[in-house]
Structures are given as C-alpha cells and as structure tokens.
Design a protein around this ligand. Structure first.
Ligand code: CO
Length: 648
C-alpha cells in the first residue's frame, strides 16, 4: 500500500501540496435557467448525461429551482420522470437540487407535510444533495427542509443568500451560518444569485465562515458583473472547498463562470479539481450544437451588466420590470422605477432580491411610480410580506409603511408555516379519477394545482391527439415576431422625435450613397435602405421597406393609443382605473360585489379590484357618497385613466 502511494505521488508534480477542489456542474439547472429561460428538454439532457457523469464532477445540479414549474407548465414533461432518467444514466456523480426552503419549488410557503413528502420522494427518485435557501435568510423557513433531508439520508446544504445592504455585514452572515450549523447542516454555500460578490468580499466572508464554523463551504456566483472568476480564486484561497461552474458554452453572462477557465487558473495553484478534459470538450461541442435552437431570444449584446455593480438589481428582475411597464404603456418610466426600487427595498427591510421577494419589491416599486404616490396601491403580496407571512425581514420595516398596511393589526412573530394546516389528507379531493398516477403526481398537484392538472389532462390524451406543448407555440410566436413590422406598427412605435432623427439620418445616408444603414434605439433595430425604414430584429429577413422615413408624417405617429372616450359623466367623482388591467366587481367567483349602484360608501371603502401585472389591487373610495353609476363590466379590461364608476 505505502509503496504504491509513493509511486503515484512521484508521477504528479506538486503532489505533496495538492488540495482537492470540488466542482459542481450547473449546466443542467442554473445555466439554462439563466440563459435559456429554463427551456432545456429532458431529451437534450439524455444526449450528453453519460459523458457529464464521467467528467469527475463533485456533483451535478440538475433539478429544482424553476425547472420543476417549467417542465410541467411549458414543456409538458414530468419533472419526476426527468430526475429518474438522469439518475439512471448518471449513477456515479451525486445529483443536486435547489430547494426553496418552505417554498419547496414554488413561490409561497407550503405546509410541513407537503415539504416532508416532497423531500422523501426527491431522495427516493435520485437527489443526493439538497441546497436549501430562503429569500429572507430566515432559518425558520429552512429548518423543516433541513430536518426532512437528514431524515431521508440526503446531504443538507444550507445557503446564505448574499446581498449588499447596510444591514448585511460579515458578522450578520456568520450569525446566520451558526444558526444553520445548529440545525446540523452538512455544508454551507454562499449563494450569490446576482453576481455581486466581489473577490475581496469573498475572501473576507469565506475566511470568517471557515474560522467561525469549520463546516465545508461552497461558492455559487453568476458571471453577470464579470467578477465571478476572480471571486472564485479569492474564495478558494480563503478556504472554500467547492465552486459552481458551467460548461463554457453554457457559462458567463448571467450564468456561472466557465469550468474550463477555472481549471486552467487553478492548475497553477495547489488546488486540484481532477476533471477529465476530453469529457469537457465533448460536452462543450454538444451544447454548441444545441444552443442555437434553445438559447433565449434577445440575449443582451453586452455579456457584462455594468449597471449591476451600481444598483445591485439582478438582470432577470430588470427584464421583468420592462415587461410589466410595457403592459402599462409606461416603458419610458423604467429609469424612475430603478431609482425607486432601492427606496422600496429599504422600506421593506432590505430583503435579498431573489424569488419571491424580487417580484414583491419589483412590482411595489412599479406601482409606487405609476400611481404618482408611494404606497397608494399595495397588492396583497406586499401586505402579506409586511404582516410577516414570508418570514422576518433582515431589518425592520419602515414604520410608515407598516402602519399603512397593518393599521392596528400586529405582524405575526411565529414561524410562518406554523399557520398552515396539513394539506396531504385532502390534497387531491376534486381531481377527476384516473388523472393521478403516482405519489409524485400528488405532490406536483399540491405545489402547482392548476398547472399540474393541465399537464395530467394532456398526459391522459392519446399521444396523437395531444396538442403541441406551450413551448412549441411560444417558439412559433417568436418566429412571427421576428418578421419585419408593417408600416402602421412602425408608426405606433416611433415618437415624433424619432421621426425627425430618421429624416435627418435618411438624408445623410442618401448623401453618403450608402445602400444600408442600421441604427439601434431602445428596443428597436431599424434598418434604413435608401430612403426606406424598416423595423425588425437583426436576424429578420430584410424585405422592401413599406414606409419612407423621409415622407412619414410626424403627426401620424402617436406613441400609444388613447384610452377609450369616457362615457358622459354625471355630477360626481369619477373613479379612474389606476393601471391597465382587468376590472373585478367582487373579490372572487360567487362572492358578492364590493358595491352596487345606489350603495353609500365612506372614504377608504373598497370599491372594486383592478388586476394588473398578475397582482390584485383593491381600489378604495377617495370620497364619501353614493355609487351613482358603475361603468365597467366584471372581468372586462380597463385602461389607465378610464372611469370605472362615479361616486356623488
Ligand atoms: Co444561481
């Protein structure tokens, strides 16, 4: 034995000082969630999983996060089946999942019985390592998950969700690590979902955690700000024994740093990852072939997001804000929202911005800007957050905001899941017989009832009768959107100022005798050909331009359609819709309306609901009086500024 060991040592240089470095591959979970909007198919994974299993990774992150929801909702795949297939083809390398603590793989707290059964089945189907996080770093939302993982023999990794704020100090993170240690986690991970952990901070934080806890530490970052590779170097030198990487073609931008690059860097250090470079080459080629089919459209031109270094808002969150503002015809207000967001986040006690707090803080900031008054509109999710139903915020909530929401109520102080009744005994009551085929189906249904039910119905159809999965329709729509826009569309999208500029450019292009000229402005790419103007994305086929920039009349180009003419208004106060959305007269199906014509209301009484950006906003009476007329129909769309009722 001893002789063989000595011989082996001689063949490797630096053998005496080599320190093993563990690398987790995120290609099959976080990387495609970050770059491909989670659209990797199980068959994509099956084409390469055996090679990935041979590469020598410490673990493969393949499940959880958004993959569960997207499998059912868009791909019409069974996430449990995916897990079993991966396990069958990757028997060597431990499989890892991202578990959102008490939120399991959803967006709200689920009762303990659902969480426990989920973990039991995940273990049984192949998950070895569970990375457990909570958006607020409230360990009360993680303790049941940790207990369950340990009960069923899994490795429980406790995550520290990293963010930057006046209250997020090294001391505070160490305190969190100690709370996780008390729950007997097997390892810790610093989860830097926004890619804002700097190399210097990584060194400080890892050193402190090693010194104070002595638990194995892993680093998880995103390459968004461009600091990721340096952050790993400093973190590993400070004592982190494991890092998360993706295969190069699935890395960088908002994904993880590239594994090949990290190997090359660490090769000149004592830290040794021992990966098979030939395998990595094969994996890289496989995804190079697949990427053109699967990559999300409209990828940013700049692989680095320099703004994140300033405002610390994750890139995915900004694209959500853009689409929410676009729904409200208010895309031009994005700069105001980005300025408002840190203020709203401070009011809400500096939550790290990750699912679901990123959605809550984001939409509240949008509402604060659009309403023209902060907290004039507060959706149910913000109310529940302020009431403590998501857990304990890192810092106290702003007193004024707390008072507005709570009035005289007290926020809850217990573990939020303690308020939830067990769900399993009656979970599938009401599901038509024959649709549920397994215990795993029951759990899918508990977590995403509507989505799972749709999937079960689709699955129950004979194969040839099944409609295309939503992901196929999505792709067809994208193809159509890439077609050049028509002249009326161009007129709708351009402002008068754009027209003046285009006229100017067109005459200059003509003077230069250029055949083709492309300009980028906001979300539009405009190709000028001669004196014509055409809109589309870069890869759209170019077609003869339908409109001439030089001849387009500025007055014929209103930026947005005007709201419908208001109905003749009686004497009284009109109640305008605060947002583009859907008008609801009652809180839910079968419930009586908030008010009827002829009712008397006091200031602050709820009049109706306007649903916008998937959140429900109760509209309160600004004056006391009688409901003279209700002008909108239940369930019908309303536009911002449109009077919904008259009070006089
Ligand atoms: Co991540």
């Amino acid at each position: 034995m001893t002789a063989r060991k000595t011989a082996a040592k001689k063949t490797t240089p630096h053998a005496t000082k080599r320190i093993p470095l563990r690398i987790t591959d995120t290609t099959l979970r976080d990387a495609h969630q970050s770059l491909w909007a989670t659209r990797m198919r199980t068959k994509d994974i099956m084409g390469i999983i055996d090679t990935i299993d041979q590469a020598g990774y410490y673990s493969l992150e393949v499940w959880g996060g958004a993959t569960f929801d997207v499998c059912l909702r868009f791909l019409r795949e069974n996430p449990w089946e995916r897990l079993r297939m991966i396990k069958a083809h990757a028997p060597k390398t431990p499989l890892q999942m991202l578990l959102r603590g008490q939120n399991v793989v959803g967006y709200k707290n689920y009762p303990d019985d659902v969480l426990d059964r989920f973990v039991e089945l995940a273990c049984r189907n192949g998950v070895d390592i569970f990375r457990i996080f909570d958006a607020l770093n409230d360990v009360r939302n993680m303790e049941q998950a940790i207990r369950s993982v340990k009960r069923y023999g899994g490795h429980a990794q406790g995550a520290i969700s990293y963010t930057i704020s006046p209250v997020h100090t090294v001391e505070k993170y160490v305190q969190l690590a100690k709370e996780l240690q008390a729950l007997e986690v097997d390892s810790l991970v610093i989860k830097d979902m926004a890619g804002i952990l700097s190399p210097i901070m990584a060194e400080k934080l890892v050193s402190a955690l090693v010194r104070e806890t002595n638990i194995p530490i892993q680093l998880h970052t995103h390459a968004t700000s461009g600091m990721g590779t340096a952050t790993y170097v400093e973190g590993v030198r400070a004592g982190a024994g494991a890092i998360d990487c993706a295969i190069s073609v699935m890395s960088s931008s908002s994904s993880q740093p590239p594994v090949e690059t990290m190997l090359a860097i660490f090769n000149e250090t004592p830290y040794h990852a021992n990966l098979d470079v030939d395998c990595l080459r094969k994996i890289c080629r496989y995804f190079e072939d697949l990427a053109p089919k699967r990559a999300a459209k409209n990828m940013p031109i700049n692989p680095i997001d320099p703004d994140i270094l300033v405002h610390h808002i994750p890139g995915g969150m900004i694209s959500n804000l853009r689409s929410q503002l676009a729904q409200q015809d208010a895309l031009d207000r994005l700069p105001e929202v980005l300025e408002e967001l840190p203020r709203t986040r401070a009011d809400m006690g500096y939550p790290p911005l990750v699912t679901p707090t990123s959605q809550i803080v984001g939409i509240q900031s949008v509402l604060n800007v659009l309403a023209g008054e902060r907290y004039a509109m507060i959706p149910e999710e913000t109310r529940n957050y302020v009431k403590g139903q998501y857990g304990r915020p890192p810092a106290p909530i702003d007193k004024k905001l707390a008072k507005t929401v709570l009035v005289k109520e007290k926020p809850i102080t217990c573990r939020p899941a303690d308020m939830l009744e067990p769900m399993l005994p009656t979970a599938t009551d009401g599901v038509p017989a024959g649709l549920i085929e397994s215990e795993e189906d029951v759990i899918s249904y508990c977590i995403f009832p509507e989505v799972a039910l749709e999937y079960f119905k689709w699955r129950a159809m004979p194969t040839e009768e099944r409609p295309d999965p939503p992901v196929v329709l999505e792709q067809q729509k994208e193809m159509e959107e890439q077609a050049p826009a028509s002249a009326p569309e161009i007129q709708r999208l351009l402002t008068n100022e754009d027209y003046r500029e285009l006229n100017d450019l067109a005459s200059r292009v003509a003077a230069l005798q250029l055949q083709e000229f492309t300009i980028r402005r906001n979300d539009l790419t405009l190709s000028l050909r001669g004196s014509g103007v055409q809109m589309g994305s870069d890869i759209a086929p170019t077609a003869p331009a339908p409109a001439s920039a030089a001849s387009a009349s500025p007055t014929s180009a209103p930026k947005t359609a005007a709201p419908p003419e208001p109905a003749a208004i009686d004497d009284g106060t009109p109640i305008p819709a605060p947002l583009n959305g859907t008008f609801y007269q009652s809180p839910g199906p079968g419930k009586p309306p908030f008010v009827k014509e002829g009712d008397t209301v006091n200031v602050g009484d709820t009049l109706c609901i306007v649903e916008a950006m998937k959140l429900f906003n109760q509209i309160k009476a600004p004056v006391a009086g009688k409901v003279l007329r209700i002008l909108s129909q239940h369930g019908e769309p309303v536009q911002k500024g449109q009077p919904m009722m008259i009070i006089g």
